[in-house]
Ligand binder design. Structure first.
Ligand SMILES: Cc1cc2nc3c(=O)[nH]c(=O)nc-3n(C[C@H](O)[C@H](O)[C@H](O)COP(=O)(O)O)c2cc1C
Length: 307
């Protein structure tokens, strides 16, 4: 299936794996790229040398294009912005801010720049700043979220910009993929389903929490302080929401969640850690290799789209 995104990134299938903090390391990114999609290393708040090592390890596992997701609020964002150039990374996706100040440098290096947006206004601003594409991410997604749903956001962004749009949020199978294409997207970005991929380093407890989740098992914490995060309900989310209701300040809430995603992803503490995952977790029933996931989605989507 050819779209402007497959052409832009030089990939076989228009499936991007979200650059997820702690979850998306080089194993997952390389496996998705080897499966014909685009794998992303999630740089999150990692120091530059860690990201450089991740990129080099990914290159040992794949000769296909892969990318890096840079959280612009990270204290290491500037450092990582230069490292992706030095290491010859092909695609950079950005979150939590405006990548404008790096645009010239990245463009000169031939890097495709793809900001993640949750509104039409931001999509237009990113296009103006020189973005090659945008990820329009709906509130169904796991992790940090905006307020518009994928169903409403994607077609509005598609109408507002000329650059290709990648749909994210609530997509986990061929039906979701086909629906996104009908909304005008030219690729999908998937996070939650790749958390349970065989090649993903997520702790088994984290994968099982997603696999056992039902449709209404996700919750949004942080609405009161302007940092909404979608995660699966557990002791941590209940405690967080209780404190929010009682009017706890940002610092108190921050203290509760410091290191909590790592605790869940790496140590497997899915009670007291933060289990970021999207509403589509209820649809995900088993662990599969990235190749199986990508091929299953494409096969189902192609059948649907040709009938
Ligand atoms: C555990 C987890 C961590 C995430 N971390 C990041 C991140 O660091 N940067 C980012 O841009 N998106 C992050 N996301 C969002 C994903 O990249 C992707 O856009 C989203 O998961 C898509 O929605 P879905 O979960 O419904 O598939 C994260 C998502 C999850 C589930």
């Amino acid at each position: 299936m050819k779209t402007r995104i497959t052409e832009l990134f030089g990939i076989e299938y228009p499936i991007i794996q979200g650059g997820m903090a702690w979850v998306a390391d080089y194993h997952l990114a390389a496996a998705v790229s080897n499966a014909g999609g685009l794998g992303l290393i999630g740089a999150a708040s990692a120091p530059g040398d860690v990201v450089r090592t991740q990129i080099r390890e990914a290159k040992k596992l794949t000769d296909k294009p892969f990318g890096v997701n840079i959280m612009l609020l990270s204290p290491y964002a500037e450092e990582v912005a230069h490292i992706v150039v030095e290491e010859g990374v092909k695609v950079v996706t950005t979150g939590a801010g405006n990548p404008g100040k790096y645009m010239e440098m990245w463009k000169a290096a031939g890097i495709k720049v793809v900001p993640v947006v949750a509104s039409v206004a931001l999509a237009k601003m990113m296009e103006k700043a020189g973005a090659d594409a945008v990820v329009a991410e709906g509130t169904e997604s796991g992790g940090h979220i905006g307020s518009a749903t994928t169903m409403t956001l994607v077609p509005q962004v598609v109408d507002a910009v000329e650059i290709p749009v990648i749909a994210a949020g609530g997509i986990a199978d061929g039906r979701g993929f086909a629906a996104a294409m009908m909304l005008g997207a030219e690729a999908v970005q998937i996070g939650t389903r790749f958390c349970v991929a065989a090649e993903c380093i997520c702790h088994e407890n984290y994968k099982q929490k997603i696999i056992k989740a039902k449709d209404i098992d996700s919750e949004v914490t942080g609405r009161s302080n302007g940092h909404p995060i979608r995660c699966l309900r557990n002791q941590m989310s209940r405690e967080y929401l209780r404190l929010e209701k009682e009017g706890a300040g940002f610092e108190e809430l921050e203290r509760l969640t410091v290191g909590s995603l790592r605790n869940a992803v790496i140590d497997g503490d899915v009670k007291n850690g933060t289990v970021m995952a999207g509403q589509i977790a209820g649809l995900i029933k088993k662990e599969q290799s990235c190749k199986e996931i990508v091929e299953e989605i494409m096969e189902q989507a192609e059948k649907l789209m040709h009938c």
